[in-house]
Structure formats: C-alpha cells, structure tokens
Design a protein around this ligand. Structure first.
Ligand code: KIV
Ligand code: ZN
Length: 385
C-alpha cells in the first residue's frame, strides 16, 4: 500500500466560494476539526490576499500542531515573504507557490513567455526554500498546458527544491482517463520525479472532480487536494469525503491508504456547513441528509432484511449513528411495521393491512409520514406491545 497524503484546502480554495468569508475564529474552529479528522495538510489561507487572511494563517500556524500548515502564494517575493511570516510559528510549515502554465494563462493573464514562466517558477521555489524546507509548487491550469512544457516546468522546480508538485485541473475540464494520463505522463517524463510527491487538485465544473482525483491517484499521485463538502469557486473542488470513502469501500483501497479517521467525516461536514452557511444538498454523496435514508418499499424491505442489499457504506463508519427508514407513499408494509415497532406498537395480520391502507391514504397527501402521524393513525388504540 502506498501512503496517500490528504491535503485539505477548505480554508483556502473552499473559502473562495462566492458568499463565504471566514474570520480567524471560524477558520480556527474548522482547522481544529480537520485535525480530528486526521488530514495531513491544512491549507489555512492566502496570506497576501488580505490582512484578515494573514492573521488567520498566523493563528492557525500557532495553534494547530501535529499537522502541516500551508499557505498559498503567487510566484512573487512579496507573497512569499508574507506567507513565511504567517507560518513562522507552525510546527510543520509549507509554502505553496506557483504560476500558470497553460497557453491562455501565460499569454493572456501573465503576459510572459514560457521561458519566463520557468524562470519565475524556479525563482519562487528557491526563494521559498530560504524560509522552509517543505515547498509545494502548483502548475496552475496544468491540465490545459502542453504536457512537454509541463514536464519541463516540473523538472525544474523539483531541481530548485520543490518537495510536492501539484498538477491542478484548475477549470475542471478533464475527464478521468485524460487526467489519469496527464499524471502518468508527469511521472514518466519528469526525470527527477522520485524526489517529490505528485499531488492531484481537481475542480468540479463538469462534475468529475472526485473521479478525476481517483484516476490521478491510480496513476501514481501521492497526495490528494480537496475540500469538505466539495465547496469552492464556481462548481467547487474535489469533495475530500468522497475520495476518502471511495478508497475505504475498496478492499485494496486502490493501492493507497490514508490516516484519515472516517468517523469524523459527518461532524466535519456539519461544522463546515454551519460555519460557511453553505447547505449540503440532501442527495450529496456520503454527507447528504439522504445518503443513508431509504424511502421506497423495495429498498426498505431489502435493508430491513440485510443492510448490504442497499447500503455500500455503514453510516457508523462516517459517524452517523444509524440509517433511516422514511415513510412515504412508496413505502411497503414491512417498513410501516418496522416503524410502528420502533414506537412500541406490535401490529400484524389483518390489523397491519388495515393500518397500511389508512397509512397510504395519508401518505398520498404528504411528502413524508412522521412518528406523530403514526401515533394518530394508531389512535391510541391500546394496541401497544
Ligand atoms: O485550482 C488551482 O489551480 C488552484 C491553485 C492555486 C493551487 O487552486
Ligand atoms: Zn483550485
């Protein structure tokens, strides 16, 4: 098994979501929970972006121990100086610096030639190395770059001292087999790649961030970057909980293992949602309210006989105490009987048939039938067990 390092960027790329601005206290609270979750790296912010973010990174670096604390910079000395200052009290500091490498980023945004980009990338890594030994380099928009040029940039930054090389699909344009091939091409064509960890960083514009990250891991990446609940700019980032649980569900874990404590996933998701104000859709994989909720008769009957019929993950694994059987117009007798039993009613045979008919009439009028409705249906008839 290869070790997979988990890099959480909820507090940096996640915070770039429209409508989220986290203050120092909020970032620290999320950071403390991320430590409980057992991530390897917390990207605490982008210190040069605002005085508030500088202060957040400084506070997190001082308070959170036993984990790598990372700050983002552009490949410019002012950013790196500020980041290094913010990380001064970190037990394990990492500077994450980088530059755009795709034609559109180099020509239109940076107005630099490819040679100038290589020069600036190398200079930034060398400059960051004066402050910290752990320097991660991001090749922004790597997926839309020329793979030969990308390999040249990566080889040069590793020679300059980069310990981790991040190959982002910044605009979420890749599909899994293409992204897997890009990671493979970096690993094959960069001569000194054994001196650094390859990191995958995907965005979800086409809904493929998790799949692309897994493809990159399968191709040999040793670090995955993402956010809790998949929050992030535009359509968001890779959902870390999805990647972690995808690996968990496989006996061979796709050949990798992380040190994440999956039982903290639900608590982390709820905290991030509460503090950011970004609600998790009910049907969201792993952490949505319906992820362990069975609503239709055939599924409910199956789950009541054996959970494995319709559950690929036991809810307890992510810290959810139990699964749910929700009563709807699609529920069958078995589910109704089970829910009544949980309320203390033992109903069988003709009585069950009668209650079931009345239940269906009610269920057709409502989205969901709750315990309170069941009490009314039973009419306090004295038939409790
Ligand atoms: O998506 C991206 O390219 C990034 C980098 C700044 C790491 O977030
Ligand atoms: Zn990103």
């Amino acid at each position: 098994m290869r070790r997979l390092y988990v890099f959480d960027t909820t507090l940096r790329d996640g915070e770039q979501s429209l409508g989220i601005t986290l203050n120092v206290k909020e970032k620290l609270e999320i950071g403390q929970q991320l430590v409980k979750l057992g991530v390897d790296v917390i990207e605490a912010g982008f210190p040069a972006s605002s005085p508030g973010d500088l202060e957040s990174v400084r506070t997190i670096a001082k308070e959170l121990k036993g984990v790598i604390i990372c700050g983002l910079t552009r490949a410019v000395v002012q950013d790196i100086d500020l980041c290094a200052e913010a990380l001064r009290k970190a037990e394990y500091p990492r500077i994450h610096t980088g530059i755009g490498v795709s034609p559109v980023h180099m020509e239109k945004k940076l107005k630099l030639t490819p040679d100038q980009v290589v020069e600036q990338a190398v200079a930034a890594v060398k400059y960051a190395k004066k402050y910290v030994s752990d320097v991660e380099f991001y090749a922004e928009d790597a997926f839309r770059s020329d793979p030969i040029f990308l390999a040249r940039v990566i080889e040069n930054v590793i020679s300059a001292g980069a310990t981790v090389v991040n190959i982002p699909d910044t605009v979420g344009y890749a599909n899994p087999w293409e992204y897997g091939e890009l990671i493979q091409s970096v690993i094959q064509n960069v001569n000194n790649i054994d001196k650094a960890i390859v990191s995958v960083h995907c965005h979800n514009d086409l809904g493929m961030a998790t799949a692309n990250s897994l493809a990159g891991i399968k191709a040999g990446a040793g670090q995955v970057e993402g956010t809790i609940n998949g929050i992030g700019e535009r359509a968001g980032n890779t959902s870390l909980e999805e990647v972690i649980m995808s690996i968990y569900t496989r006996r061979d874990g796709y050949g990798v293992e992380s040190k994440v404590n999956t039982r903290e996933i639900s608590a982390t998701s709820r905290l991030v949602s509460r503090i950011t104000g970004v609600t998790v859709p009910d049907h969201k994989a792993i952490v949505g309210a319906n992820a362990f909720n069975h609503a239709s008769g055939i599924h409910q009957d199956g789950v009541l006989k054996d959970r494995e019929t319709y559950e690929i993950i036991q809810p307890e694994t992510i810290g959810v105490p139990k699964n749910f059987i929700s009563l709807t117009a699609r529920s069958g007798r078995h589910a109704l009987q089970h829910c009544l039993e949980e309320l203390g009613y033992k109903v069988e045979g003709a009585q069950l048939d009668d209650v079931y008919q009345r239940f269906l009439q009610l269920a057709d009028l409502k989205k969901e039938v709750f315990d309170q409705d069941l009490y009314v249906l039973m009419g306090d008839s004295g038939s409790t067990a």
